[in-house]
Design a protein around this ligand. Structure first.
Ligand SMILES: Nc1ncnc2c1ncn2[C@@H]1O[C@H](COP(=O)(O)OP(=O)(O)O)[C@@H](O)[C@H]1O
Ligand SMILES: [Mg+2]
Ligand SMILES: [Zn+2]
Length: 509
């Protein structure tokens, strides 16, 4: 009689149930795993064999076949060690435990029988619950994330003996309860109060945060661009529970959840180095892991020194930034990860950094400046709603002892503007002003007469593109929301146009 132990599998973010079936034949001793296991699953054989011996059990001297069902889906990773271990014990009559049909097991085994953490436990726990699993046994380090799923008994397991003692009813494990609302990340945010002067740049970032707009900061070295960007998460609205769950699942799949960590509550801020590969940005590997764009989901992807990034890295960002999801194709199929992000980029205007500086001369040739700027492609530039001219900090502001406005104050205004947007877009599937589809612009962005006139004349005088028009409308919408105004006025339009004027200062000299 064969044995069947429930487990789970994962492809991208998609979890599915897996049955670990074992059967034995009186034949020459052998141990095979079938059911599309990859190399990492096949290694389970050796770990399970040695762990059994080290835990004081016999390894059967018969022909053993383990089948991972469904057999037509590729299985990957070491998470089947624990269910295979249990199947071995049951099939050989060394463990007589009761009915396990409403329990599922996952975890990697060390040779000494201790259970090691695996990736993607949260999405698997969610699916296990949906699938009618009552009890889920996971590695102790993953118990906190699994316990986020309500209505599921989660048992954190440290080693095989502990698990067996529980299954035999000798010494019961206590289910892991979700952490009681404790703030898991208390690292004090960097605060905008640390940045002296730079009121214009701060205002622009407030608008970006309020409407979830992408932005580019250009300015000389040392003007505080990196400093400003790092403070952006401190003024973004708090994540909703659903957003937190999505982010936590992505970090779970990527293996980046800290040990014993539960729900991720702070918005991600990812700042990959400019040497990052295109796959590092979009996601990669034979079973692709989430890349930086997805790790920044519901948060900020910061590209510092933008022209230093490879052309291919910038190109690969375009579609995900536009769509909010990234699709990765592999021979084994396609999978997608969400990446609803704010893209924030920073750059110097030229190799020496002082092109356009009010007092310091630029030592670059015009050709060098052009070549440097042209590294940022037009299409990418177009996708950045706000172009922010970061001026050098003046000595007076740096030496001033006056405290600048704190992030908490700025965040209040951002929150208010987001509230207006939530109300406006309720039920429409749109999440922020930056995501208003072109066809809905006139509906959601009513302008008064003076605003219409100003926009028309700006178009004629500045020769703006159709894309620039859309961006100006969306940014003006956010500026009006910050102002608490339903109708967009000419002052709102004028400010929005100002954030599209760097093209002319730098790219269209
Ligand atoms: N506005 C500012 N207020 C306070 N310190 C500043 C400001 N701008 C720059 N600094 C100081 O200069 C350093 C360099 O700033 P940084 O953000 O790296 O500039 P950038 O990225 O524009 O080259 C910061 O770490 C900070 O100490
Ligand atoms: Mg910098
Ligand atoms: Zn220069």
């Amino acid at each position: 009689m064969g044995i069947c132990i429930n487990s789970m599998g994962l492809y991208g973010m998609n979890a599915y149930p897996v049955q670990v079936e074992a059967d034995t034949l009186r034949a020459l001793p052998s141990f095979d795993i079938v059911g599309l296991p990859d190399a990492s699953v096949k290694e389970s054989r050796d770990r399970v064999r040695i762990a059994l011996k080290n835990c004081g059990y016999e390894f059967p001297a018969t022909k053993i076949t383990v089948n991972l069902a469904p057999a037509d889906v590729k299985k990957s990773g070491p998470l089947y060690d624990v269910p295979i271990f249990l199947a071995m014990l049951c099939i050989t009559g060394q463990l007589a435990c009761g009915d396990l049909s409403d329990s599922a097991f996952l975890g990697e085994l060390s040779l000494d029988g201790s259970v090691r953490p695996v990736n993607g436990v949260l999405p698997m726990a969610i699916e296990a619950k949906k699938n009618g699993t009552a009890s889920l046994f996971v590695p102790q380090e993953n118990a906190a994330e699994a316990s986020l799923v309500s209505g599921l008994n989660v048992y954190g397991v440290e080693n095989a003996s502990q698990l067996i003692a529980h299954l035999l009813g000798h010494r019961l494990l206590t289910p892991t309860l979700p952490e009681a609302g404790s703030e898991e990340s208390t690292d004090a945010f960097l605060d905008f109060a640390d940045v002296k002067g730079q009121t214009a740049a701060k205002r622009a970032l407030e608008i970006a945060a309020a409407g979830s707009h992408n932005a580019l900061m250009i300015g000389p070295p040392g003007s505080g661009k990196s400093m400003l960007a790092k403070r952006l998460p401190s003024i973004l609205p708090d994540m909703t529970f659903e957003e937190s769950m999505e982010v936590t699942q992505l970090y779970s799949v990527a293996g980046l959840l800290g040990q014993d960590s539960g729900l991720v509550k702070t918005r991600p801020f990812r700042a990959p180095h400019h040497t990052v590969s295109p796959a590092g940005l979009s996601g990669g590997g034979s079973i692709p892991r989430p890349g930086e764009v997805s790790l920044a989901h519901h948060g900020v992807l910061f590209l510092d020194e933008l022209p230093e990034f490879s052309r291919s890295a910038m190109e690969i960002l375009r579609q995900p930034v536009e769509d909010g999801t990234v699709t990765i194709s592999r021979a084994s199929g396609t999978l997608s990860y969400p990446c609803s992000i704010m893209l924030i980029a920073a750059m110097n205007p030229c190799p020496c950094g002082y092109f356009g500086h009010p007092t310091r001369p630029c030592t670059c040739t015009p050709n060098q400046v052009t070549r440097y700027l042209s590294k940022v492609s037009g299409p990418l530039l177009d996708r950045l709603d706000l172009h922010i001219d970061v001026q050098p900090v003046e000595f007076e502001s740096l030496s001033s002892t006056q405290k600048a406005e704190s992030s908490t104050e700025i965040k209040k205004r951002v929150d208010a503007a987001r509230k207006i947007q939530n109300h406006r877009f309720a039920g429409s599937g749109i999440v922020s002003n930056s995501r208003i589809p072109a066809a809905k612009l006139s509906e959601f962005c009513p302008m008064d007469l003076s605003a219409q006139k100003l926009l028309k004349s700006a178009f004629e005088k500045l020769g703006l593109s159709a894309r620039a028009y859309d961006r100006i409308m969306k940014v003006a919408r956010t500026i009006a929301d910050l102002d608490g105004s339903e109708t967009i006025s000419n002052a709102h339009i004028a400010e929005a146009i100002q954030y599209r004027s760097l093209d002319r200062k730098y790219w269209q000299r």
